[in-house]
Write a protein that binds this ligand. Structure first.
Ligand SMILES: [Zn+2]
Length: 242
């Protein structure tokens, strides 16, 4: 399956989906061909460094800012901390951002500040982070700083038909984020993480775009922790350009 519909076709490229979402702002999601982008899994550090450099070159930026992701609900400004602050939402005023995933939902937020400069967030919405409210937290932090006109782009993640969980866990997450309870295609309890993200964005009044979405577990052009643990992480990206 190729899911370039609506985005820029990337024949042989690094991106699963890429689009100029507004003048001077691009959102993209990488594919496995772009390489593993996480230091904590799979390939050696040099390979990760080369993959990240290749991505920056393809985007025409000096480099993307990554987080040290811990399945929490903290949002931090990219310029506040070191090169990889511990957080699950990274915020910026135009600095290029990245979020690493392999089944969790990558969420990119883009809007603008009163002076016209871009407002960005890259959010890691896995099961614990979703339940802890990392998505509304990122929205709130950007708005508190004056951002307006926010919209969201959801990238590929494991789907509700594939993400099997124990029944008790399904109930627990459904209680925290209504709309997430689901059933696998084989009839067992499951969670639909993107459905939960969409509910939260709707509650915040943030329009969401889902045409980059796909199931990581079913689509082998993407990394899936459930299907192939330790193979790698792909990324959701946002950057600005002239
Ligand atoms: Zn699926």
């Amino acid at each position: 399956m190729t899911r370039d519909a609506g985005g820029t076709p990337e024949a042989g490229g690094l991106f699963w989906w890429r689009r100029d979402v507004r003048p001077g702002v691009t959102v993209a999601f990488t594919r496995a061909r772009a390489g593993n982008l996480a230091f904590h899994v799979g390939s050696d550090d040099d390979a990760v460094r080369r993959s990240r450099e290749g991505l920056a070159a393809a985007a025409g930026v000096a480099g993307f800012r990554f987080m040290s992701q811990v399945h929490g609900a903290d949002a931090v400004w990219a310029d506040d901390a070191g090169s990889a602050p511990t957080a699950d939402a990274l915020l910026s005023r135009g600095e290029p951002l990245a979020v690493m995933v392999a089944d969790c939902v990558p969420v990119i937020l883009a809007g603008s500040f009163a002076d016209g400069s871009p407002a960005f967030a890259a959010v890691h919405a896995g099961r614990p982070g979703l339940a802890a409210g990392v998505v509304p937290e990122a929205v709130a932090r950007l708005r508190a700083a004056g951002a307006a006109g926010l919209a969201a782009w959801l990238g590929p993640s494991i789907c509700g038909g594939c993400y099997e969980v124990p029944a008790a866990l399904r109930e627990e997450v459904e209680a925290a984020v209504p709309g997430t309870a689901a059933t696998t295609s084989w009839g067992t309890p499951a969670l639909d993480l993107p459905a939960g993200v969409l509910r939260q964005l709707e509650a915040e009044g943030v329009p969401a775009h889902t045409d980059a979405a796909a199931c990581t577990y079913e689509e082998h052009a993407l990394y899936s922790h459930r299907r192939a643990p330790g193979e790698g992480r792909f990324a959701g990206l946002v950057w600005s350009h002239a």
